[in-house]
Design a protein around this ligand. Sequence first.
Ligand code: SF4
Length: 529
Amino acid sequence: MTKALLIYPIFPPTFWSYDKILELVNRKVLLPPLGLITVAGILPQSWEFKLVDRNIRPATEAEWAWADLVIISGMIVQKNDMIDQIKEAKKRNKLVAVGGPYATSVPHELQNSGVDFLILDEGEITLPMFVSAFENGDTSGVFRTTEKPDVTITPVPRYDLLELSAYDSMSVQFSRGCPFQCEFCDIIVLYGRKPRTKNPEQLLKELDCLYDLGWRRSVFMVDDNFIGNKRNVKLLLKELKIWQENHQYPFDFNTEASIDLASDQELMDMMVECNFNGVFLGIETPDEDSLQLTKKFQNTRSSLSESVEKIIKTGLRPMAGFIIGFDNEKKGAATRIINFVEESAIPTAMFGMLQALPNTALWHRLIKEERLLDPDKDQDGNQTTLMNFIPTRPVEDIAQEYIETFWTLYDPNQYLDRVYRCFLKLGSHKFKTDSQLPSWTDLKALGIVIWRQGFKRNTRWKFWHHLFSIIKNNPAVWDHYLTICAHNEHFLEYREIVKQQIEDQLAEYLKREALIKENQVNVGWAVLK
Ligand code: SF4
C-alpha cells in the first residue's frame, strides 16, 4: 500500500493573509488546500495519505520517514517554498511528484529542481496516468493532457485529512472555466472558456461531508467565475436553498463572479436565499478604454457603479479587484480608482500591477511587441510585484499611484466610513440561521476588536457613531458589519508592507535604469523575444 505525504507550501504575506484577524480567532489560515485534498480523493483509496499544510506547521521527521511518495501542489506565489520542499524530500531519498497551477503553467522552471514526476493540467485525467506508471515501477515521468475533464466524475475532496480548526473558511468548487476572454487571465488558459460544472447532488455531497465533520462556518465557493454557466448555477442554488433550510443554514457562502451578476436579479436573490454573504468582482478599472483594450467587454455593458449598487442592495457585500498599468492608461489612475471605490462604497478593494502571466493572450502580445521582460526574474505572482513588461507610461508613476491608492483607501478613517456607507444600504437576509451560542474564542475576539477600535485608536468616535447608526438603521447586518470593521486591523499593517515592498523594488529599478544610462549597457532584465 502506497503511503503518500501531501505537502502544501507556504504563502508569503498577501492582501488575503489576514494574519492579524486570524490570530484573534485562533486560526492559522484563511482557506484549505482544496486542490491537494481533491488529488487525495482521485488517487486510489487503497493508498494511505497524510497532509501537511506548511502554512499551519512543518512536516515532522516521522512523517517524512513514513512516506513512500511526496506530492506537492501550489501556485506561483508558493514557488520558493515548493522548491525548498522538493529539496527536503530529495535529501531523504523520497520520490517527489508535483502538480497544480504553477507546475502546469511553467513546468520548465521545475525541471532542475529534483522533482521525479510532473502531473500537469487537470488531475482527473493525468493522475490515473501517473498512478499506472507509478504502480508499474516507473520512477519518473511527465503527465499532460489537452483534454478538459468532465468534473461530474470528480470525487468528494478528502476534507477528513484537514486540521479543520486551523482554517477560517472551507472551500468547495462547483465549476471550472469562464466564458469571457480577458486578455491577462490565465484561468481561461488553464481551464478553458466553456464552464464545466458539477451536478447539484455532487456539490451537496461535499457539503454533507463538511457538515458531518462538524464544520459550521463559512464556505468559499472557489470558482473563478461562479456564474459562468448561469443555468446550471440556478439549478444548484435551487437545491442548495432546500439543503440550507433542512440544516438550519449552517454555512454562509462567499464566491467570485463577473459583474454581469448584477443584470440577473433572480440569480442574486437566489444566492442571498442560500446565505451568500459576499462576492468578489473583477472590476479591474473604471477606465473604459482600458477595459476595451484588455477585452473585458462584460464590464463595459452597463454602469459599473450601478451594478455594484444593485449587488449591495440585494444583500451581497462586494469585494473587488483592480489593476493599474494597462496600456495607454492616463496619469491619475489612482485617483480614478479611489473615487470609484469610494462612490460605490466597496469595503474591500484589492490592487495589483498588471502582470503578464505565462501563456495568456497578454503574454503572447507582449512577446510579439518585444516588451516582455525575462520571466524568470523576480516573478513571484504577488500583488505587490512591479510589472514584468515595459509599460506605456513610466514605471515610477504606476508604482507611486499604486501606493497612493492603497494608502488612501486603507486610511483607517476612510475605511470605516466606506464600510459604514456600504452596510447602511446592504440588503439583509430574511431567514433564521442555526443560532449557536458564540464560542469563548469569538467572544474574546469581539472584546479585543471593541477595545482596539472603540477605545485605543483615534478613530474611536467614528467607530461608535457608525456602529450605533447601523444597529438603529440596518440592525440585521450589525455582526457582519463589525467583522468587516475588524479587517482594519489587517489593513493598517498591510499598507505599511505594501509601501515598503514597492518603494524597495522601485529604488532597485531606478538604480538599474541609472546604470543602464550611465554605461549604455543593458544590466537590467533581458527582453524576451
Ligand atoms: S471574467 Fe475573470 S475568470 Fe473570466 S476571463 Fe475575465 S478575469 Fe478570467
